[in-house]
Design a binder for this molecule. Structure first.
Ligand code: PLP
Length: 392
């Protein structure tokens, strides 16, 4: 394919894997903004369409820039193959549509991304696919939620916004014992900090919109796993259409080149902020897997090579006090997005988790005083000054 050396390490693959140079021998990856491809003859067209001859036909199926991204991300996740999609949600939808049928069942952590909860809880039931949601911190809950028709076990680790860490290897055993596949949304860690396939997961999902792009520019997603599973997802995608645009693929491909340094630097900044918050008298509790006080600190240390850049904390004084912190920010961006080099702050109870009932929110541990920050690359001294203003 692209001549990478099997001995290349992660940092080298992130910069080099998947590049196939054109006749111009460009140094930076080319962007092929074309929806279709031209054939030399009727026979070549027929052979490409039938699949007898490999090659590009139409960008809903494949495009060389998208292929380059897929190969690079597959190399980073240690996957046989990666399929890129229009968004993270498109990757989750494509996985379900490609691998499941009516009458089958999903076991999912309750602490998954809001849109994933909505997809599983309200849309899939219309197509005869049911989901059992398992509450946080209950690894046993997954085992008891399994049914004979369970096809997928779906988790996110660390979770949003409380950064709970799930044991991927243990949950892979639970899923496999029940004849199901373990799907891990690896959005918060990225392969720079965690490689779920090595721990026994079958499929890794990405919202490339977050850290893979890393600079808040484009939407994208991906699924990574075995050739066999990815071929099913590919067949769904080329027919149903939530394919990644080549332009977005190119942006994300360039984002991957700095992924490793960004994740290291943003994790270091996050630890600094988390320790500072933990010592602050107006802060009741900090949720960050890199802190010794985190209930799964030891598991996170074992399973991840870094703690990530998402920090949540509970401000004393409930919603009023939390909103005061948000409203005093001049540097941190007030937005629910994450995975950017710019630090963001959000109040989950009134934004990302605002549509969930107050009781359900309380049951999930998302209190009125909870704030989530996604730490970027600014100076942590400046970030602390900004947060201190509203903390009082
Ligand atoms: C943002 C996000 C998604 C959805 O990705 P989009 O690219 O917005 O469709 C899925 N999972 C997690 C954990 C996310 O943060």
């Amino acid at each position: 394919m692209s001549g990478e050396d099997p001995d290349w390490s992660f940092d080298t693959l992130a910069v080099r894997a998947g590049q196939e140079r054109s006749q111009f021998n460009e140094h930076s990856e080319a962007l092929y903004l074309t929806s279709s491809f031209v054939f030399r003859s009727a026979a070549e067209a027929a052979a490409r369409f039938s699949g007898a001859e490999p090659g590009n036909v139409y960008a809903r199926f494949t495009n060389p820039t998208v292929t380059a991204l897929q190969e690079r991300l597959a190399a980073l996740e240690g996957a046989e193959r990666c399929i890129a999609t229009a968004s993270g949600m498109a990757a989750i939808l494509a996985t379900v549509m490609a691998l499941m049928k009516s009458g089958e069942h999903i076991v999912a952590s309750r602490s998954i991304f809001g849109a994933t909860q909505q997809l599983f809880g309200t849309i899939l039931p219309r197509f005869g696919i049911e989901t059992s949601f398992v509450d946080q911190g209950a690894d046993d809950g997954f085992h008891s939620a399994m049914r004979p028709n369970t096809r997928l076990v779906f988790i996110e680790t660390p979770s949003n916004p409380l950064t709970e860490v799930f044991d991927v290897a243990a949950l892979a055993r639970v899923a496999h014992a029940g004849g199901a596949l373990l799907v891990v949304d690896n959005c918060f860690c990225t392969p720079a900090l965690q490689r779920p396939l090595r721990l026994g997961a079958d499929i890794v999902i990405h919202s490339a919109t977050k850290y893979l792009d890393g600079q808040g520019r484009v939407l994208g997603g991906a699924a990574c796993g075995s050739e066999e599973l990815m071929e099913e997802i590919f067949k769904f995608l080329r027919t149903a259409g939530p394919t990644l645009s080549p332009f977005n693929a190119w942006v994300i491909l360039k984002g991957l080149e700095t992924l490793s340094v960004r994740m290291k630097a943003q994790s270091a900044n996050a630890l600094d902020i988390a320790q500072w918050l933990e010592a602050h008298p107006r802060v009741a509790r900090v949720h960050y897997p890199g802190l010794k006080s985190h209930p799964q600190h030891e598991l996170a240390t074992r399973q991840q090579s870094g703690a990530g850049a998402i920090v949540s904390f509970e401000v004393r004084g409930g919603r009023e006090a939390a909103w005061r912190v948000v409203d005093h920010c001049r540097l941190l961006s007030i937005t629910a997005n994450l995975g950017d080099t710019k630090t963001t702050i959000t109040h989950p109870a009134s934004t990302t988790h605002g549509r969930i009932s107050a009781e359900a929110r309380a049951a999930s541990g998302i209190g009125e005083g909870l704030l989530r920050i996604a730490v970027g690359l600014e100076s942590t001294a400046d970030l602390k000054t900004d947060l201190a203003r509203g903390l009082g």
